[in-house]
Design a protein around this ligand. Structure first.
Ligand SMILES: [Zn+2]
Ligand SMILES: [Zn+2]
Length: 257
């Protein structure tokens, strides 16, 4: 691509201070260095982890910073040594990356890579300890190695997953955090035996990913929009016209199916 090896100027949502509104700025994004890729972010979503570190309560503040870690994009250029990705590849960022070499990466029981495991206190690239983002020469910190609230971002190649280009990026971007977190917690950690009764607390992207995996569960919807508080329902009941439903939120009042 014509931009390969050059600094790219683009828009990014920059957090200048903890808890202060993000500001749309023109940032400079340096070319990817060894084992890095620069990605054009086409879709990104907001996860509560972004909010938590933006609030920075009880944390060591690291600002200015570009948040964002759940996204989808297309590789713009690759750095030296990158062989498994090429410009034009459709990719998702992965904040807990894999070097594929360390004991954790080779283990079926862990994905806490020695090199690329999530590190919220690091705001620079692993390779040279520098940021790839700047405004008028002033560095802007990265976030969990992804920083997807920018039209272009630079990531370690181990923090990028290549996907089928036919997958719609506007929809599969949630695989890079919410869905994989819910599925992973179920399959790899909870490992509920067949026939288990389980409870899911909260039905955001993570909770819904679990419920999609285990369709015959009983869901405790603690964050119902219905004003009457706790409601119980099973997903199958939502399609059963025989159930008594709350008029406001479709969950079932005083009814155990
Ligand atoms: Zn997330
Ligand atoms: Zn590793």
């Amino acid at each position: 691509m014509a931009t390969a090896g050059k600094v790219i100027k683009c828009k990014a949502a920059v957090a200048w201070e903890a808890g202060k509104p993000l500001s749309m700025e023109e940032v400079e994004v340096a070319p990817p260095q060894a084992m890095e890729v620069r990605v054009k972010i086409l879709f990104t979503s907001l996860c509560h982890t972004d909010v938590y570190f933006w609030e920075a309560k009880g944390q060591t503040p690291m600002f200015p910073r570009i948040f964002g870690h759940e996204a989808g994009g297309i590789v713009e250029s690759v750095g030296e040594g990158v062989t498994e990705l090429a410009p034009g590849d459709h990719v998702l960022p992965v904040f807990t990356g894999e070097c594929k070499e360390c004991p954790h990466c080779k283990s079926a029981e862990s994905n806490m890579c020695d090199l690329l495991r999530i590190n919220t206190d690091r705001g620079v690239m692993i390779g040279d300890g520098k940021s790839r983002f700047s405004i008028d020469g002033k560095p802007i910190y990265h976030f969990v190695g992804t920083s997807t609230f920018s039209e272009y971002t630079v990531m370690h190649v181990g923090c990028v997953a290549k996907i089928n280009p036919e997958a719609p990026l506007d929809k599969v971007c949630v695989l890079s955090c919410g869905i994989s977190t819910g599925l992973g917690a179920s399959i790899n950690v909870a490992k509920p035996p067949k026939g288990s009764t389980v409870a899911i607390f909260g039905l955001g992207a993570v909770g819904l990913a679990v419920s999609a995996l285990i369709p015959l569960l009983i869901v405790l919807q603690l964050q119902s929009a219905c004003a009457t508080g706790l409601h119980l329902f099973t997903p199958s009941c939502l399609y059963d016209s025989g159930c008594r439903r709350c008029k406001d939120c479709r969950c079932i009042k005083d009814h155990w199916c």
